[in-house]
Design a binder for this molecule. Sequence first.
Ligand code: C2E
Ligand code: CA
Ligand code: CA
Length: 622
Amino acid sequence: MHASYRECLAPSVLSNSGKALNVMARELFGQDGTAAPATADERFDFDITYASQGLEAIEQVSRAGEDRFAVAFIDVRMPPGIDGRETARQIRALDPEINIVIVTGFSDFSPLEIARVAGPPDKIFYIAKPFEVEEIVQTATALCHRWQADRALAATRAALAAKIEELEEQKLELAMNESKAVHIANHDLLTDAPNRLAFLRSLAGLVRGERGFATALIDLDRFKLVNDTFGHVAGDQLIRMMCALIQQHGPDNALVARLGGDEFGVLFAAPSEDAALMACERLVQACSTNFRLFGHSVQSSASIGLVVVEGGVRIDPIDVMRRADLALNEAKRRGRGIVRLFDESMDESIRFRRRIEGGLANAIANDELRLVYQPIVEHGDLSVVAFEALLRWHSPEYGMISPDIFIPIAEESNQIHDLGDWVLDTALATLRRWPEQYVSVNFSPRQFRRQNFVAHVVERVQRAGVSPTRLQIEITETAIFDDAERAAETLYRLRQMGFRIALDDFGTGYSSLYNIRKFALDCLKIDKSFIDGMGRERESAAIVQSIIHLGRALGLEVVAEGVETPAQVQALRIAGCSHLQGYHLSRPVDADESVEIARQRHVVAKPVSMPMQIEVATGTFA
Ligand code: C2E
Ligand code: CA
Ligand code: CA
């Protein structure tokens, strides 16, 4: 047997049979033989080891080390030692990769039986005796190739697995770095307490919640002195100690943050102002202590500004901070080492509001209010179809105050109802002096949502002896979208009675263009910010354009507000805007002047020079 193997795999035989195979391959697969089987050109320089007995072969395999065998040709019968099946089993146990070729002349064992002990089936082969030379050469060559390919694949797999492991490690490291970065972003480096960012985020969360809470700003007294006298290192040390003290003595579950410098912020749940005040008093006491700082004795103390926000009260976090700051300033001014609870007298802007409220309460009685009227013109011949009534207040304390300032205050303090009634009555009185125009009156959200709003307006109109068709009610998106269901119903009823409805400042609110279909409207007023931006920004021009389209599609009039230039007039006309209003056509005028304009049906607008405007218009809408 060994002799015939030697013959089969000897280089000379190989080259002979190789040559023969080459010829055949060329015939079968063409001249270049690219698809030819591997036997021909990539012939192996077989390194052959012979064993006469199974145990000897097993011994060879076990000693192979790095020089592993690719193929084992095993005779089934090898007396007197162990048989081929047992040999195959033990070899397989030693080397899971080796290809085993069983060479047999008898059917001693079925292939299945051998495969069972020396498996896997894809690494077990059979050659029947007597064999052909080519059979042995081909099998040896093919299995060597495969063995090499398998090893290369295994190596690649191992490298891949190593790479994956490396990536997993990197991922872990990244995640750790990220959480470290998040920690750094939210914490103060010196004290490791939450920083200002984290503090403001928590504050924003509390403001949105339903529970009452307290915000305390703590400032170390005379910290600068320590810093300047003993140096920054001592200053840093003091900050750390104070931070620890505040954390230790603060209320349970309080958030203690270092906001910067020597300022700390504390957020905590507060059932009442008294409870919050007591908690802060304790903090002040805890902070007032004697430290040993680098061998020096330092007396520390802190001042606290406190704001308590009751549950359910809506307030801007910025306002909370501002108020706490005001209270803290007050505490420092009052001698340090104390707590000051914010009260409204500390806040200039609140004082101002209270003054305005006070002033407004007397404004009607003292005859300080006036209405002015701004013409709304039709786009074609610029004839005046209506006037918007705009409120003016000459306060004895502040002079002329813009409605943008006092209307929101009146709205918050409920004075808006008296004010609104006065506006409506006055506007209706003036209206009676105009031949045919209607009046457009602004109603704030609170007025619109008032109980029996419809009945209230109807009564006023009837009392004035005016047709509802001559009153346009201007409301904003906020007024209707906060309670859309009810607003839709109110608008429907108003419109049934003949009133006109305009949606004011359109485009600035949150209403989707789609939603407004649900509401009974006559008119959209494009906010003046868009008209203003039209010549400058593409977006504004596009918004104006689409509001006009939308209005027309829904059969609504569209009023452009704040028209200030002839170019805007021209551009809006081209875009198909139905009505115009703005300083270019007329500023708001007093009642007498409005009567004059109403009778003439025209404002004395500056003549329009066409070519220039067309140029601008195409520039805008191209
Ligand atoms: P609004 O309803 O949007 O009124 C238009 C504002 O734009 C008016 O300011 C008007 O004077 C101004 N305006 C008109 N044309 C032009 C223009 O070409 N350029 C510019 N830059 N501005 C123009 P006003 O009178 O100061 O009113 C401000 C806001 O106060 C009004 O905005 C309205 O929301 C509110 N308001 C005024 N009167 C009343 C009122 O009687 N009741 C209620 N609830 N709100 C009112
Ligand atoms: Ca308006
Ligand atoms: Ca407006």
